[in-house]
Design a protein around this ligand. Structure first.
Ligand SMILES: Cc1cc2nc3c(=O)[nH]c(=O)nc-3n(C[C@H](O)[C@H](O)[C@H](O)COP(=O)(O)O)c2cc1C
Length: 192
């Protein structure tokens, strides 16, 4: 079954090392579950780290998004970092609201992977997954600034090398916003 294959390919990663999956700001799915159990996923381009070891994550969210309401209600969320094979599904998740369509995983045909540590859905087939606790609820409610502490992280083992996330020489790359309607992919990287 595809679900089991995906699960087997994921390795748990230290919270002191997972920052490398978000360095450079890839477009991600931010995932959440409503208080009454409806799952949601949205595309997010405006995100960054502001802590490294352990990682602390930040993202900009419009306050009217279903995602924002879900995270304020439950205090937890997920981040799944997609590769290029999920581009269409990432865009689809960013073009409709949970309050309009219900379960976004069903609407956008996203494979659902359950969180290991927290009750959050994650997007199966993505290259990395973080399960996070909301740390600044007032900031999110007032200004749409999401701050979270990861409590668990998993990475597709093919994209993990010597304690770092990498797409170098791999079939897929992360996607990074290059303006309103375009991405650039991670491309070749070079050492300092
Ligand atoms: C590529 C892409 C990137 C996006 N980045 C953001 C973002 O950084 N912050 C944001 O609030 N919305 C962003 N959006 C818009 C949300 O994904 C979109 O409004 C989505 O429908 C919200 O879903 P929800 O209401 O179910 O939470 C982005 C959309 C796309 C397609």
């Amino acid at each position: 079954m595809i679900f089991h294959i995906e699960t087997l390919m994921l390795v748990s990663v230290s919270l002191n090392e997972i920052y490398s999956a978000l360095t450079g700001g890839p477009c991600v799915f931010i995932t959440s579950r409503s208080a009454d159990g409806v799952d949601d996923a949205m595309a997010n381009a405006w995100n960054m780290l502001h802590g490294m070891a352990p990682a602390v994550v930040t993202a900009s969210l419009m306050t009217d998004h279903t995602t924002t309401k879900n995270i304020l209600a439950t205090g937890v969320f997920g981040i799944s970092v997609p590769g290029t094979s999920l581009q269409k599904k990432l865009l689809a998740s960013g073009c409709c609201h949970g309050w309009e369509v219900g379960d976004k995983f069903v609407k956008c045909s996203l494979e659902k992977l359950e969180g290991e540590a927290l009750p959050v859905p994650l997007v199966g087939g993505a290259l990395a997954h973080l399960e996070c606790r909301l740390t600044e609820p007032d900031l999110l409610a007032r200004a749409g600034i999401l701050v979270g502490e990861p409590v668990a992280a998993r990475v597709d083992e093919r994209y993990w090398e010597n304690g770092l996330f990498t797409c170098e020489g791999r079939p897929e790359s992360t996607m990074h916003s290059a303006g309103e309607f375009s991405f650039f992919t991670r491309g070749p990287v070079r050492g300092w």
